[in-house]
Design a protein around this ligand. Structure first.
Ligand code: AGP
Length: 606
């Protein structure tokens, strides 16, 4: 997720661009840049690091005569977060500058075509293909709308782009597909940005662009066109929020915003990794490695729970044995690692000290270390043998939600990848699995509001509790562990995740009418076993919240139905439900949801 801003008007553009980028820093902050037209020249200034570093670079130059420009704050997805990869990118004549938010899934194919056409690339980004394609078309027609539409016909993936042309110094061109873009309407000035906070101090009147629409933004006029080059009438909306609320997309906390982003996160985590023509998972980073005899997964906290969930899937689908260790244990246990082992190191931040120590130990013992990480250029990403980025975008809330969701998607893809490499004959099963993975985002997008409503009802009803059990079996046991962690880390109510079958070996001694159990019991082969566990609990007057699917007969004190696709994809609905239960409980109890006491977003110490 990156932040884009554009300005054209009667004020000096550069200060407005920098101010806007600072308000978009929550969307990404590993590098930044601006492009502006001043004295009939196109200038680009960019740098790695935060906006403050860009400001130092910019204000050391004469930049206050420009009245048009675009800016970008980056969350790297392709290419290290270094200056050459920062946006804006320019065409080879230096007459067009472009900023982009999103992922161009077929950029390698487009880049190869451009390279064979004699184009040279100065960055490792997917974005650079866009500015060369637009430039190639613009040279033919000098028509920016035609050039942009022609370029986008070739592109697959998600994008929101802003473009300025040196020979058109009074207009910004912008368009979107799957990534947000909003036009701000001022007096004698207009704005375009990824999100309203960028220009909210100047105007609350906005136009939201839809997929496939292209906007021509001038000082006094904004025109919107569709893909047939027809003008489109757009409604003007007045934004009721202040800046702080706007940075959370209108949500009360970053955590709820990030939970609600999960449908997009699932889509983005699969981007470019499923070939639907061959119905195959493509993870080229792994192709050169011989299949492992054993897999080791190392992580902490929520990332450990994702890895534990991945173990069940990788073993079930590929029959390759998987060991999962908490990193702080792994690093001191003198682990048994063979040269042909693959070690997956999972980390949202890529900076967790224990996880890094585990990575370095595994590498020292000769294993292939594959990072599953959300931050491009982080220590885990740089030190791994290779890395699979989870593409979840910046996760601001200390409690990890969308990052775990993205880690699960990547682990599912790894499981299918390994199984297909071992035996590509089970076509029908994997075809169904891959198609169902494609369906999850839209089902989740539709159902999240209902899941949240039920979470709120139950959180309020059970806010008396001082302790909870979270119980699950098989694939849902790791999710029970994660549900317990989420509840305790933000609501401060003690919660313990357990394998449901383990209750009778001691924990059930704790059950009474004041000790509720949250039981994950969706439709799957172990359903009857978990029904028996629920009955054991109810026989001791223990209240039971039962998370299940429609028409599944299960005993409970409070029944909670979530969507069903198949026993694997149900995991994403279970994850959202437990996250929302924890969120609504913490919010109801008035806790500091985004910054819980005693916690840090990245535990960079032992
Ligand atoms: C998750 O809600 C916690 N904040 C914490 O357990 C976190 O998952 C853990 O510290 C690992 O962080 P990482 O994924 O950045 O390595």
């Amino acid at each position: 997720m990156c932040g884009i801003i554009g300005y054209v008007g009667h004020r000096p553009a550069v200060p407005i661009l920098l101010e806007g980028l600072k308000r978009l820093e929550y969307r990404g902050y590993d590098s930044a840049g601006i492009a502006f037209i001043q004295n009939k020249e196109l200038h680009i200034i960019k740098t790695e690091g935060k906006i403050s570093k860009l400001e130092e670079k910019v204000f050391s130059q004469d930049v206050l005569h420009a009245e048009i420009g675009i800016g970008h704050t980056r969350w790297a997805t392709h290419g290290e977060p270094i200056t050459k990869n920062a946006h804006p990118h320019k065409d080879r004549d230096g007459k067009i500058a472009l900023v982009h938010n999103g992922i161009i899934e077929n950029y390698k194919k487009l880049k190869d075509e451009l390279l064979s056409d004699g184009y040279e690339f100065v960055s490792d980004t997917d974005t650079e293909v866009l500015v060369h394609l637009i430039s190639r078309e613009y040279k033919k027609t000098k028509d920016p709308l035609a050039a942009i539409l022609r370029c986008l016909e070739a592109v697959e993936g998600a994008y929101a782009i802003g473009v300025i042309f040196l020979d058109r110094p009074n207009e910004i061109w912008a368009c979107r597909h799957s990534s947000p873009l909003v036009v701000g309407l001022g007096v004698g000035e207009n704005f375009v940005a990824s999100d309203v906070p960028a220009f909210l101090p100047y105007t609350k009147d906005v136009i939201f662009l839809e997929d496939g629409e292209v906007a021509k933004i001038g000082k006094d006029v904004v025109e919107v066109y569709n893909s047939n080059k027809e003008k489109v009438d757009k409604d003007v909306v007045s934004i009721p929020w202040d800046i702080t609320l706007a940075q959370k997309g209108g949500y009360k906390h970053f955590m709820i915003k990030e939970i609600m982003e999960q449908p997009r996160v699932i889509h983005d985590a699969t981007a470019g990794r499923i070939d639907f023509n061959k119905m195959k998972v493509v993870l080229p980073q792994l192709d050169e490695y011989p299949l492992p005899d054993k897999i080791q997964i190392v992580a902490c906290g929520t990332s450990y729970h994702a890895g534990f969930w991945g173990k069940y899937l990788i073993e079930r689908l590929s029959r390759i044995p998987v060991e999962v260790d908490i990193a702080s244990e792994f690093r001191y246990k003198d682990p048994i690692i063979h040269k042909n082992d693959w070690v997956f190191v999972i980390s949202q931040s890529g900076e967790t000290a224990d996880t890094l120590a585990g990575l370095r130990l595994a590498k020292k013992r000769g294993a292939k270390v594959i990072g599953v990480c959300n931050v491009v250029g982080s220590s885990v990403a740089r030190e791994s043998t290779t890395v699979l980025y989870t593409q979840a975008g910046p996760e601001i809330s200390v409690a990890s939600t969308k990052a775990m969701c993205s880690q699960m998607v990547v682990l599912l893809l790894i499981a299918i990848y390994l199984a297909q490499r071992k035996d590509f004959s089970q076509r029908e099963f994997f075809d169904q699995l891959l198609f169902s993975l494609k369906e999850v985002p839209q089902i989740l997008r539709k159902e999240l509001p209902n899941i949240r409503d039920r979470a709120k009802e139950l959180a309020i009803k059970y806010s008396f509790a001082r302790s909870f059990f979270f119980l699950g079996r098989g694939l849902f046991y790791p999710l029970a562990l994660e549900g317990a962690l989420k509840l305790k880390e933000i609501s401060y109510i003690h919660a313990e995740g357990y394998a449901a079958g383990e209750m009778k070996h001691g924990p059930i001694a704790l059950i009474d009418q004041n000790f509720p159990s949250f039981v994950i019991a969706p439709k799957d082969d172990l359903l009857q076993k978990i029904v028996a566990n629920i009955k054991e609990i109810q026989a001791r007057q223990g209240p039971v919240i039962c998370l299940t699917n429609k028409d599944i007969p299960v005993p409970s004190t409070d029944r909670w139905e979530i969507p069903y696709l198949n026993s694997i994809m149900t995991s994403f609905f279970v994850l959202s439900a437990t996250q929302l239960f924890a969120y609504e409980m913490a919010d109801y109890l008035g806790k500091d949801v985004d910054q819980p006491r005693n916690l840090a977003k990245s535990v960079t110490v032992e």
